[in-house]
Design a protein around this ligand. Sequence first.
Ligand code: NAD
Ligand code: MG
Length: 391
Amino acid sequence: MRTLAIFGATGSIGGSTLDVVARHPDRFRVGVLAAHRNSEKLAQLCAQFRPQMAILADSAMEADLRRRLDAAHVACEVRSGMDAIREAAADPLCDTVVAAIVGAAGLDSTLAAARAGKRLLLANKESVVMAGALLMQALHEGGGELIPVDSEHNAIFQCLPGERPALASAGVRKLILTASGGPFRGRSRKDLHAITPAQACAHPNWSMGRKISVDSATLMNKGLEVIEAHHLFGASPDIIDVVVHRQSLVHSLVEYADGSVLAQLGNPDMRTALAHALAWPERIEAGVPPLDLAAAARLDFEPPDTDTFRCLDLAFQALREGGDATTLLNAANEVAVAAFLEGTLPFLGIADVIEQVLAELPAEPVVDIPTLRARDLMARDTARRCIGGRC
Ligand code: NAD
Ligand code: MG
């Protein structure tokens, strides 16, 4: 029996996780549920899954959730704030942590779970992009295990040898990440000036939170995933390729020295990756319909259009630059995406803001988490200045 802490429980990944968990009450128990501000939804989840602890952002939310749980006669300890989430990640009341908070806000709890030696089911890619080397070090020192949940990295994990040798000694020549191309695949820059948040969030294949949906539309999601693959698998940027595959049925591939290319396929539904990561090394039912290859009929592949979607190259550039450049890239992207969603930055401005932040702030060596946080804040300030036209 695994006891789970699910951070980001009210989100898209949180919901898919709980859907799998509900199918296997004999295997999984929910110890902790944490979210940001949606106390109504968290109260419903507490009534259904009966965790020992529930956590929201602040004391007003905490009081609101406690009222709702009392009214529904649900016994559950209620806490608030990021410290509570971080403490829960390290608490013996869970052995498995699902890191599904969006953005840099997930870093503390992801790190705490790694240090505490938990099984870490990692969806929160921004924490790897922000602090990959320190996170991998914490994981090593904590002695736990990380199973990637991001569908591409989960696919690569499945296509690599189970003993987890270094890529070179396993005969790996390339990691090939597939990208759907997002809702604007095939469009040119002149078609993208007046894109609205609703258009950017309407992903053709995946139903996801708003931030990652915009990242998919700019191809920054693939850029963040290249950086994630570098850290999770110890892959140099030179052996990471991206190919656009519009059907999102091949979730990624590994090419070996002998010319073999192994791929993981499935319908585009995050419950497959989550079920794999929850049960690994066993396999369990995920509620995902079987892949009907004859009905799908085609698998198309093409190179990414990096002239139109500049964020992918910016991510490669930051990764190659090294030091804390990917921390700056992530911070600038989060601010730019939030501004786009609020209507204060055009879609094409997202890449411009990131490029300007990287140009203004040369990379510095990674020292420790407090220094990275300071650099993250500096990049956010610079990005806001650029958006305000003062760059
Ligand atoms: P979402 O917006 O649907 O959900 C985000 C969750 O994080 C919510 O539960 C929210 O309450 C919580 N949250 C946000 N800020 C918080 C804070 N400051 N403190 C505590 N909780 C906070 O996002 P999502 O689509 O579920 O994505 C979550 C993460 O998983 C992201 O890093 C994303 O890149 C990654 N991911 C998502 C998918 C997907 O299919 N949705 C696929 C791969 C990776
Ligand atoms: Mg992905």
